[in-house]
Design a protein around this ligand. Structure first.
Ligand code: NAG
Ligand code: NAG
Ligand code: NAG
Ligand code: NAG
Ligand code: NAG
Ligand code: NAG
Length: 927
């Protein structure tokens, strides 16, 4: 047991080290080691470790990470079933989402006092935290994990700022102010607007300028901040620093503990420590409300393969549906219990004129049942609502999913094409199409141009468009099995239209497994050559290098398992359009975001929501993952390369930000659509590797800015201001907004822009009163004129206003521990019992009771009754019990009891008839 804890603590220490190097982007609280990112990282990773340990112990195995990298943490957390390659990419990108949103509060809400607890905006600041936590819990319940992460990042920023910007630590407190995350408790003793709080500090660097009577009366205050004005109420403290104009008005100086200076080391350190503890408390509250499994899923720690099918269910699709069903059954049955077992299943049927609903489940049996229910009915010779179905899948599936569309008809809703591209760019999911030929269909309805639309979409996302006859479909779906794995990477992808003879060269590194090539196109010949010069041509189905399977327009080449490391070539010859894709399984991978830097009092980097700006260098933030974390790799060239010929590439300048994070600046961005290419060396195998991203991107001269600031209540309207600017010609820009839930929206149909100047508009969205709380709406907002366009993707949560903030109450009825021997080593055969009454007062009612600590048996009476009696029985060897009762809106109440005897000398130890009942805050705090 203690060794276990030691191991975890060691890992935590390493993780803290791992994070401390990241002073890169988000400065607040601490210019040196401690930043919002490092505080958030420390708290998130500690909570993740505790959750992993609890999950592992409950499953009866040990949590033993082999090292501190996120990759190794994920591997250990997923437990013994994680025998295959496990990629840390999803965990990494979940962390990045949280960090990024945390940092963005300093850009998007730079002048908003409540977001930073500036200017004594305590009640408003707490309201942001409360509403954020409610939204996070509702989003997790609806499995909208990305929305939950983003809100979590923002809420943590505000919570952490309290400790830097208020006088909490000056008042001598070393524990978090629990009332900030307990809206049922009052915020007491706030200094009113007429109360002076600071003394003048001419030098600007006074250790603690808070007035003595404020300290004595323990009045809470915070520094005023003025970016545009020096005005503040008389006698009030300022935030301080160069960005704060109020710092020059008497009383001068400031009380912000954002950065460490020689004169505030102790206060800065205290603020960092208590901000970390407060972040831990908030995360623990969310973890208890969500449950361990969903908390880990929110953190991107789950088996990463997701099955996502979008299926046409018109009359002619009978065989296709049967084949899709067969593939789902095969994946479920063959991957059960392995690392590649899908963690989630998504199914979206479409027809004409209907599409959906989307089935989203973690349960394999539910997926089998749902897909077995699909029948082919109706539909004449009309095209179908394919893109509407795909839109649902793209917004419902986790980012970087592989989505498969089965259809035999063209898309009726082709007007959604731009929306689909925007969603593919934002989610980085790949979409592949299986398009079969409907035999009784008139030729005209299968226009080559329409299949071209699917091909365009597939290529834009890095997926494939496969065209086969209905009876060939069973041979074509192997590609789905290839991608339903945890650690799929793309080594090379190229498209040529028109085709020509060309040789493609690429490196295969030692870490790669299950290397597969896909070529789509017609009338193709090719020759593959390995590093030793051995060749295999397209007509050798079973050759020296691999096996070639041909079906419809697809050739799939699976390399033989033997040695492959080194430089390969493939020579392709065709005068028809073709695509080439080389994939494998490996833990060496990368994630990336296009970013822009922003200035202000707290500068940083923000992830771009749309396409990067033309006419300026493009910046990307890359995180590299290796087999033993980033230190096991060295990075060579990083650049942007076009997928569709003629090939152009431009190298970026890489700035190492530490710990595998790299800021890449590319001055001359290729024209047209490009992807990211990364080359380097795996230090473990000493082999060179190359990877490329799948989603295509291109520059735009148009820029859209829009920020969603809060959730929206069912039946109420939310206004989202947005602004559009162009560096191209001015004129009329068409505005289009779409969302995936058919929620009514209003917005100006167009904006008239002058080059270089913002045009502003407002989008209003009003969800019906009947929309369930926790629904996540994805809005794509597009501005377009001529060939120039850009988009923004906004996530809006529909959350019912909550009035129940009172957690369930735990009242101890009795503890029967008399049998437990004083000598703990004799505990074996004995048991103790703990009984408690659980109630939720006038609240929404208890929904979940879960054991958090202790390995005894917890039983309880019916949750539908107002009084729930909990009965816990455990061996005397398991001395602590903690369980949580969560009500229907996510308020968490706790029961805690320990029968541990204090660790004093034996005499004292024996003389204490100790049954300590530690009831935590819900009981004590109840008014
Ligand atoms: C990957 O290759 C291994 C052997 O190298 C094999 O056992 C496994 O089935 C392959 N996986 C897939 C999805 O083909
Ligand atoms: C990019 O860098 C790589 C390696 O440093 C080099 O081989 C290649 O020629 C460069 N390409 C361009 C277009 O500068
Ligand atoms: C339009 O929005 C921009 C950027 O958000 C802002 O700077 C500008 O003041 C706004 N203009 C008007 C007229 O509201
Ligand atoms: C617990 O509930 C029972 C009713 O089932 C009641 O008799 C008892 O007084 C309650 N105990 C406490 C401590 O509230
Ligand atoms: C519950 O509601 C009743 C009636 O509205 C009220 O009298 C009582 O004080 C409430 N109890 C609590 C614990 O809020
Ligand atoms: C818990 O319940 C199981 C099964 O009912 C039983 O075998 C076990 O002995 C119980 N443990 C305790 C500590 O009561």
């Amino acid at each position: 047991m203690s060794r276990l804890i030691m191991t975890s603590l060691q890992v935590l220490a390493l993780l803290a080290l791992y994070l401390s190097g990241r002073s890169v982007a988000f400065v607040p609280i601490g210019g040196e080691a401690s930043t919002h990112v490092s505080i958030t990282g420390t708290a998130v990773l500690q909570t993740v470790m505790e959750t992993c340990r609890a999950v592992a112990e409950a499953a009866g195995h040990e949590f033993k990470p082999t090292g501190s990298s996120p990759e190794e943490l994920v591997q250990a957390c997923l437990g013994p079933t994680a025998t295959g390659e496990v990629s840390g990419a999803k965990f990494h990108s979940a962390l990045q989402s949280i960090y990024t949103q945390n940092g963005l509060v300093d850009r998007d809400f730079v002048n908003s006092a409540p977001h930073h607890f500036n200017s004594e905006a305590f009640l408003e600041g707490r309201r942001l935290i409360t509403e954020g936590v409610v939204a996070i819990k509702a989003n997790i319940r609806s499995e909208n994990f990305q929305a939950a992460r983003e809100t979590l990042g923002r809420v943590l920023h505000t919570l952490q700022d309290f400790y830097s910007h208020s006088n909490w630590v000056e008042l001598g407190y070393t524990e978090p102010y629990i009332n900030l995350i307990r809206p049922d408790l009052p915020l007491d003793n706030l200094a009113d607007v007429d109360t002076a709080t600071c003394s003048d500090c001419a030098s600007g660097t006074c250790p603690n300028p808070i007035l003595p009577n404020i300290l004595k009366e323990k009045k809470l205050t915070s520094g005023y901040m003025g970016i545009f004005s020096a005005a503040k109420p008389k006698g009030k403290c300022s935030h301080g620093g160069a960005g704060d104009l109020t710092a020059t008005a008497v009383p001068r100086g400031g009380i912000s503990k954002d950065e460490r200076h020689s004169d505030n080391v102790a206060l800065h350190t205290a603020a960092v420590n208590v901000a970390t503890a407060a972040s831990l408390q908030l995360l623990q509250d969310i973890r208890f409300a969500a449950g361990d499994d969903d908390f880990l899923r929110m953190m991107g720690i789950a088996r990463s393969s997701v099955v996502c099918f979008v299926i046409d269910t018109t009359g002619s699709m009978k065989d296709d549906i049967a084949q899709a069903r067969a593939v789902v059954y095969e994946i479920i049955d063959s991957k059960k219990g392995t690392q590649d077992e899908p963690s989630e299943y998504i199914l979206v049927p479409f027809n004409d004129p209907r599409f959906g609903p989307m089935t989203k489940t973690t349960d394999a049996e539910t997926m089998k049942r749902e897909i077995s229910k699909l029948t082919a009915t109706g539909g004449g010779d009309e095209p179908e609502m394919c893109l509407s179905g795909l839109q649902l899948a793209l917004t419902g599936a986790p980012d970087s999913s592989h989505i498969y569309v089965f259809t035999d008809a063209t898309a009726k809703d082709i007007h959604l094409k731009d929306t689909i591209v925007a969603l593919m760019r934002t989610t980085k999911s790949t979409v592949s199409f299986f398009m079969t030929t409907r035999s009784r269909r008139r030729r005209r309805s299968l226009r080559a141009a329409s299949f071209e639309d699917y091909k365009d979409l597939a290529l834009a996302s890095g997926g494939q468009a496969i065209q086969v006859s209905k009876n060939q479909l069973p041979q074509a779906t192997d590609i789905i099995l290839d991608t339903s794995t945890s650690a799929l990477v793309t080594i090379l992808q190229r498209a040529r239209n028109p085709g020509k003879q060309e040789t493609f060269s690429f490196m295969l590194d030692e870490s790669l497994k299950n290397i597969t090539f896909y070529i789509t196109g017609t009338s193709i010949t090719f020759t593959l050559t390995n590093p030793a010069g051995v060749s295999q041509s397209h007509n050798e189905a079973n050759g020296k290098l691999g096996t070639i399977q041909t079906v419809g327009n697809l050739r799939r080449i699976r390399l033989n398992a033997d040695k492959h490391t080194g430089a390969w070539q493939i020579n392709i010859n065709s005068n028809q359009p073709y695509t080439l894709k080389v994939t494998g399984q490996s833990t060496i991978t990368f994630i990336y975001d296009f970013v822009e830097s922003f200035k202000g009092p707290h500068p940083g980097y923000a992830v771009l929501s749309g396409r990067p700006q033309a006419g300026q260098p493009a910046s990307l933030m890359l995180s590299i993952m290796g087999r033993k974390g980033p230190s096991s790799l060295s990075v060579g060239a990083v650049g942007l390369v076009t997928v569709s010929g003629p090939e152009t590439a431009s190298n970026g300048t890489a700035t190492d930000m530490g710990n595998g994070d790299i800021l890449v600046t590319v001055v001359a961005v290729p024209e047209g659509e490009f992807v990211i290419s990364l080359k380097g060396t795996d230090k473990i195998s000493k082999s060179e590797f190359q990877r490329q991203s799948t989603t295509q991107m291109s520059l735009s001269r148009v820029n859209i800015q829009a920020v969603v600031d809060s959730s929206v209540e069912p039946g109420k309207a939310l206004e989202v201001p947005f602004s559009v600017r162009t560096q191209g010609p001015g004129g009329i820009y068409t505005i289009t907004a779409k969302n995936d839930r058919d929620i009514p929206m209003t917005y100006p149909p167009s904006l008239t822009l002058t080059t270089g100047q913002y045009g502003n508009g407002t989008l209003t969205i009003k969800p019906a009163a009947s929309i369930p709380s926790g629904t996540d709406v994805t809005v794509t907002l597009e501005a377009k004129s001529g060939g120039d366009s850009n988009y923004a993707v906004l996530k809006i949560s529909v959350v019912t206003k909550i009035t129940d903030f009172v957690p369930p109450l735990c009242q101890v009825v009795g503890v029967l521990a008399d049998d437990c021997p004083h000598d703990v080593s004799q505990c074996g055969p004995f048991q103790w019992q703990f009984l408690a009454n659980l109630t939720d007062g006038n609240g929404t009612g208890i929904e979940i009771i879960a054991l958090q600590q202790g390995n005894g048996n917890l039983t309880y009476t019916s949750l539908s009754k107002p009084l729930v009696v909990a009965n816990y029985t455990a061996s005397c060897c398991s001395q602590i019990v903690e369980f949580t009762a969560v009500d229907k809106v996510g308020n968490v109440g706790k029961c805690y009891h320990s029968i541990e005897r204090s660790a004093g000398p034996p005499a004292l130890f024996l003389s204490l008839p100790l049954w300590l009942c530690l009831l935590v805050s819900p009981l004590l705090a109840r008014p």
